[in-house]
Each structure stands twice: as C-alpha cells, then as structure tokens.
Design a protein around this ligand. Structure first.
Ligand SMILES: CC(=O)N[C@H]1[C@@H](OP(=O)(O)OP(=O)(O)OC[C@H]2O[C@@H](n3ccc(=O)[nH]c3=O)[C@H](O)[C@@H]2O)O[C@H](CO)[C@@H](O)[C@@H]1O
Ligand SMILES: C=C(OP(=O)(O)O)C(=O)O
Length: 419
C-alpha cells in the first residue's frame, strides 16, 4: 500500500491551484443520467472517486470520454442497465446518487445499500422516504434498494434532518416528476447549489436555490449542457490550514471565498490575515503560531464537518486550548488517536475533543482511517519534527488531487512511497 513520507518543519509558501469540488462533480455526473442528450462537464478533478463514478456509469452503458483538459463528455442515451452493484458502491457512498436520476428517467433502479463507514453509520432512509413520497415503489432486498415508478409525481417533502446527498437525490428525481415538488429543510451546501445550477442549465425549473426550501416544477425532459464544476472549498481550506499551522503564506488560486465564510472566520480567529478576490484567497500567518479555536460542526452555512479533522490538527500545535464538537457524524474523531501518536494532547469526551496545544509534535508512522482524517495527518506531518509516514493514503486519493505535488510546490518536504 502506498504511503506518504513527510519531513516536517517547512512553512508553506507560494501559490496553489484549486481543483473542482469532489462533492459537486459526483452529483453532477449522476445528473447526466437525467438528460436525453450529451452533457459536458469541465473543471473535473482527477480523483479516485471520480474514476469510480465513471466506472459506475460506464457499467450502466453510459458513454464517457475524458479529454486532455479534464473535461468529461457524457452521453447517457446508451444507458442499458439501471444497476449500481455492491462492488462499486462499497468503495464510494456517493454512488447512492444514481438512485433518484435512474428511477426518474428510466422508471427503475437497483442500487446496493452503501452500508456503514468509518465516520458513522450513514443511513439512507431520507433518500428512500423522499423518493417514496414522489411515488416510487421501493423495496430493500438482498442488500439492494429496488425502486420502480411509471412517472414520479411532485410532493411536499419535509426532510427529518439536513442531508446533502439526500437533498440532491430528491432534487434530481423531482426535475422530471409530474407537477411541483417542495423540499423543506433542504441542504444549502454550495455543492447542492452547484448541482441545482447545472440542472437549471439542462432545462430544470428550480426555485429557492441556496435556501432551505427548494421548489421544483417538473419538466418532461432535460437536455444537454456544458457546465463548469465549482472549486473545492474543502481542498482550499485544507491548504489554508496547512499555511496557518506552519506559519506560512499561501494563495489558493481558483478558490471561492464566498463559499467558506465559517472556515475563513475561524482561520482569522486563529490569528491569520486573510485577503481574497473573486477567484483567490490568500492566508498570511506571518511566522506566528496559531491560536487555538473552538469549533462546532453543523450543516452549511455553519462550520463543515469535512474541515473538522484539519482544525483538530491545527489546535494540536496552537497556543491555548481548543474545543471541537462534531455534531454531524457520530464517529469522526479517529484521527485523534493517530495525532496522539505524534505527541498531541487530546482528550476525547463523546463527540467533543479538548485539545491543548503543544510546542512541538514529533514524527511517527501513522495510519489514515478516512478521507479528511488522512488530510489532517498530512498537515500534522508538515509541522512535526522529523519524519512522519502516513499509511493507507488511498483514502486521501479519493478526495485530493496530487496532494503531495501541490504541497511540494508550496515548499513541503513530502513524497509518496510506492507500494
Ligand atoms: C458526496 C458528498 O457530498 N459527501 C458529503 C455529504 O455526505 P452525505 O450526504 O452522505 O451526508 P449527509 O448530509 O446525508 O449526512 C448528515 C447526517 O444525516 C444522517 N442521515 C443522512 C441521510 C439519511 O437518509 N439519514 C440520515 O440519518 C447522516 O448519518 C449524518 O449524520 O455531506 C456530508 C455532510 O456535510 C459530508 O461530510 C460529505 O463529504
Ligand atoms: C465524507 C466525505 O466524503 P463521502 O461522503 O464521499 O464519504 C468527505 O468528503 O469528507
């Protein structure tokens, strides 16, 4: 298994290009199934999850061509099967996103239940309940969700909790339903907004985009489009936290500050000077040690759970005590034990971590358990004294494009060790 080796102690300095957002491109790829003509998607990040999604759609008979500018041309007219098999779904939970589009466009879907994962049990009851409200007949048999519908019918759906992919699944399904659908307590994440904009560019009629109430007037067909995926706010935040932890100065190019208010505010609380323009964000730490920050994760626009691990790493070397409370997932602190191996002072109490910053962490072999945990371990390696080896980096490749190359251009001493 490949590992990443980091020799810590170098402040990150320079400019880094931000890739397209993983959590936007995956639902947008799923949305292609709704169209009756080819769709082109630009700013596609080169990620393992994207490759898996391409494989999934390919197995369904969809034709996909990736050009040399990381643009994907998707032709859904050749779709021949509506099955998402366990083998692919188990490696990427976002595969559940094909459920809504398949049943809306082809009247049937068989999607493997994704099952639990490292950060929590992550049920999909809201996806199922929402599609049932739209008139789909759904059974769960042999580990598969089997859905059927002649034509979905608009309905008013109140989500029990804010769910990102749950909102996206129902939103996509509702675009081709007969009549109007109202989704209350909808997720407002920028990636949901990006999906909605893509659907609108395909001919969907959606109101309330970016609010907690989405109103979808169903149409008979969706056409092709050419759409650019929004920049990844979590990748951006990860590099900025790296700059803050190392006392450096980094400009994230192609980043959107208006999707990251909560994260940027916490970086300012940590003592960073932040400036931004339409498509860049710069963080200057001026060689200072960060100050500890308190964080509570919650749905957008509050602080994102996908940045929790990175701020946990920041607090490990900050001045003072920082308290981090995770409210979105029930088991998202596995990085804490690995950070302790580097010398971090962390007390875990249920879903809260109390972190007392130490003057110095020291390198050690550590193991990634999930995507953002692996990113936080790499960040910790950047400040730890000596060598840190992060094992199981396949987690990081799910969601970060060339992380070691990008950090390398910022001056980090980092390289991938082959299997
Ligand atoms: C591909 C993608 O976009 N992934 C993101 C998406 O995941 P994902 O969409 O899977 O996460 P959700 O927003 O659905 O999860 C939020 C909470 O709702 C619960 N829940 C969700 C659905 C459901 O049917 N029943 C239920 O109980 C989950 O267990 C969790 O506790 O949003 C998460 C929360 O911002 C992010 O961490 C993930 O990076
Ligand atoms: C949890 C994440 O992704 P996924 O929902 O794809 O597992 C993430 O991006 O941090």
């Amino acid at each position: 298994m490949a590992k990443i080796l980091i020799n810590g102690g170098v402040p990150l300095q320079g400019e880094v290009g931000i890739s397209g957002a993983k959590n936007a491109v995956l639902p947008i790829l799923a949305a292609c199934l709704l169209a009756d003509a080819p769709v082109s998607i630009g700013n596609v990040p080169h990620l393992h999850d994207v490759t898996t999604f391409i494989e999934l759609l390919g197995q369904m008979g969809v034709q996909l061509v990736l050009d040399d500018r990381m643009k994907i041309h998707v032709d859904p007219r050749t779709t021949s099967t509506c099955i998402a098999p366990y083998d692919l779904v188990r490696t990427m939970r976002a595969s559940i996103l094909v459920l809504g589009p398949l049943v809306a466009r082809f009247g049937q879907a068989e999607v493997s239940l994704p099952g639990g994962c490292a950060i929590g049990s992550r049920p999909v009851d809201q996806h199922i309940r929402g599609l049932q409200a739209l008139g789909a007949e759904i059974t769960v048999e042999n580990g598969y969700i089997k859905a059927r519908a002649k034509r979905l019918k608009g309905a008013r759906i109140v989500m029990d909790m804010v769910t990102v992919t749950g909102t996206e699944n129902i939103l996509m399904a509702a675009t081709l339903a007969e009549g109007t659908t109202v989704i209350e307590n909808a997720a407002q994440e920028p990636e949901v907004v990006d999906l909605a904009h893509c659907l609108i560019s395909m001919g969907a009629k959606i109101e309330g985009v970016g609010t907690s109430t989405l109103v979808v007037h169903g149409v008979d067909r969706l056409h092709g489009t050419d759409y650019q995926v929004l920049p990844d706010r979590i990748e951006t935040g990860t590099f900025l936290v790296g700059a803050a932890m190392t006392g450096g100065k980094v400009r994230a190019r192609g980043a959107r500050a208006n999707t990251m208010d909560a994260v940027l505010a916490k970086l300012e609380d940590a003592g960073a000077h932040i400036s931004s323009g339409e498509d860049w964000i710069e963080l200057d730490m001026g060689g200072r040690r960060p100050k500890a920050v308190n964080i509570t994760t919650a749905p957008y626009p509050a602080f994102p759970t996908d940045m929790q691990a990175q701020f946990t790493a920041l607090n490990c070397v900050a001045e003072g005590i920082g308290i981090i409370t995770e409210t979105v997932f029930e088991n998202r602190f596995m990085h804490a034990h690995e950070l302790q191996r580097l010398g971090a002072d962390i007390q875990l109490e249920g879903n809260t971590a109390v972190i007392k910053g130490v003057n110095q962490m020291s390198g050690a072999p550590i193991m990634a358990t999930d995507l953002r945990a692996s990113a936080c371990l790499v960040l910790a390696g950047l400040v730890a004294q000596g060598d840190t080896t992060v094992d199981r980096v396949y987690h990081i490749d799910r969601g970060y494009e060339n992380i070691e190359e990008k950090l390398g251009t910022l001056g980090a001493r980092i390289r991938r060790l082959p299997n």
